[in-house]
Write a protein that binds this ligand. Sequence first.
Ligand code: WQD
Length: 330
Amino acid sequence: MLVTGGAGYIGSHTCIALIENGHSVVVADNLSNSNKDSIEKIKHLTSKEIPFYKIDVSDQQALENIFANHHIDGIIHLAGMKAVGESVEKPALYYTNNLVSTIMLVNACLKFNIKRFVFSSSATVYGENKVPFVETMDLLPPANPYGETKIMCERILTDIAKVNPAFSVSILRYFNPIGAHESGLIGEAPNGTPNNLMPYVTQVGRGKRQYLSIFGNDYLTVDGTGVRDYIHVMDLAEGHAAAIEHLTKGVHVYNLGTGQGTTVLQLVKAFEAANRVTIPYKIVDRRQGDIASCYADTSKAQRELGWTAKRDLLSMCRDAWRFEQNFQEA
Ligand code: WQD
């Protein structure tokens, strides 16, 4: 199995889940937002060899070199740029990167007769639909290029699969992955100031940042703060393994979430209780582009993949904190 973006946060956990399910894994990653250390840690945790290629997956020659050297029976495509704010500032970069890499990989699949393809999409494609989000809903383009690239890649894959009946595609729409591998060895280590809630909370927890800014408490939710469907990254990773096991011809779309909505304040309280640390916070203005509520209808993944998220919010908070404490930089 080729995992693009396999050195990253979701990729590294997915490699572990795939290996635990009996797959051999080859990783391609340009390390633009990750570190090769994570590959060493996966090897350590699984006691397996992982061939690693530091390449851009949009580099056709480099990609074909991998197919020449390894028997690849499927691709899990997780490489991509994912910062919403940066995508607004650098749309050309986002469209080029996220679209070209996907197209190159699909062309390689057709050329090398690789029939299984899993694509990492996002709940962002639902825009402001009514919660819970169901796979059959019309997509509402989110107002940022990052989200547009996810919708466009979904459409590209759907069109190509339509005329290549042997090609099987699973599109996974992630909700909000948080937490870390139970070993505390791998986790989310963003460069610079974190954009996302959990890495910000863990950095406040250890005093790297003074307080958390909570973006708005005037949403129509139980306590006024935003509701999200936080999912343990290992559950998400296991969702990829389930998607590969159950892949059949055609295009299949699955939500990977827990189905549970949690507010920002509830997450902060859960984190404090789980880890006995205090997270000082201030309520500030809403963040542009945020929606009030986002959580999944998870019944399709349960029905067709036999997969549900198993780990609760407490484990997510504990595991995120364990990783932060192990790997804090100065
Ligand atoms: C969660 C909640 C914030 C930070 C984004 C992308 C999505 C996906 C995951 C890619 C919201 C609040 C956050 C902070 C806060 N993409 N918050 N203070 O926005 O749901 O999803 O990341 O990788 O496509 O849109 O996740 O973690 O940024 O925010 O109050 O400092 O926490 O307003 O309610 P989001 P998030």
